[in-house]
Design a protein around this ligand. Sequence first.
Ligand code: AP5
Ligand code: MG
Length: 218
Amino acid sequence: MGKFIVLLGPPGAGKGTQAERIAEELSIPHVSSGDLFRENLGNETELGKKAKGFMDSGKLVPDEITISMVAERLSRTDCKDGALLDGFPRTPFQAQELDAILKKNGNVICCVPYIMVSDQDLLERLTGRWTCKAAGHIYHQTFNPPKDSGICDIDGSALYQRDDDKKETIEKRLAVFHEQTAPLIEYYREKDLLVEVDGTQPIEKVTEAILKSVQSKK
Ligand code: AP5
Ligand code: MG
């Protein structure tokens, strides 16, 4: 059976930062719905055009677009032995759909680390975030600065600030998290998959805690 892990947490909790590290450590692909949408935006696909307005206003992209996009990604051969999901599912309906998608191949979710950070800290993290154009590597102007300002340490590409990292949009995204995504905390706790992780620790400590939580649910 494959190793499917869902990283849960509010916008800015560090899902992308941690996913990069955990996916490498566990040799499973990082599947981020937000990154898939941003790739489509960059390539100006039909899907990207449909998603843009929702993303720019901090709302969820409708389920019929989101679920089929993630299902297609999970159907590729690199996900046959597992995947680290980041940003999906985001509603109880998406969670049920994910269970159904995995079940088709006899798979289930093995662990749901929930990265906890207060709204006040999240605002500071998101307004100071810089993301690399080429591959989405993540930096913070104070907490995790690149060696050369404006340039990705890993691939040398330019860093940019995401369109949805403006204060008003961040506030909307946080409200959407509390209303629509927070019910997943209880959903996964009831299934005995949830492990709470203190997301205010330094990046390496959070990685250690997530890896420990995955071990604990083996
Ligand atoms: P998405 O891209 O998923 O964004 P998000 O959930 O809002 O989360 P972020 O990517 O903003 O934060 P993160 O947790 O990855 O934090 P990061 O590691 O970057 O979604 C964007 C949009 O797409 C949505 O609003 C929606 O429109 C749409 N969408 C996506 N999925 C969808 C779905 N399933 N259904 C419907 N619509 C969907 O870290 C943040 C900052 O903090 C960085 O600067 C980082 O360097 C810093 N940092 C990280 N860890 C630490 C630490 N331990 N200490 C100090 N600083 C830290
Ligand atoms: Mg992210």
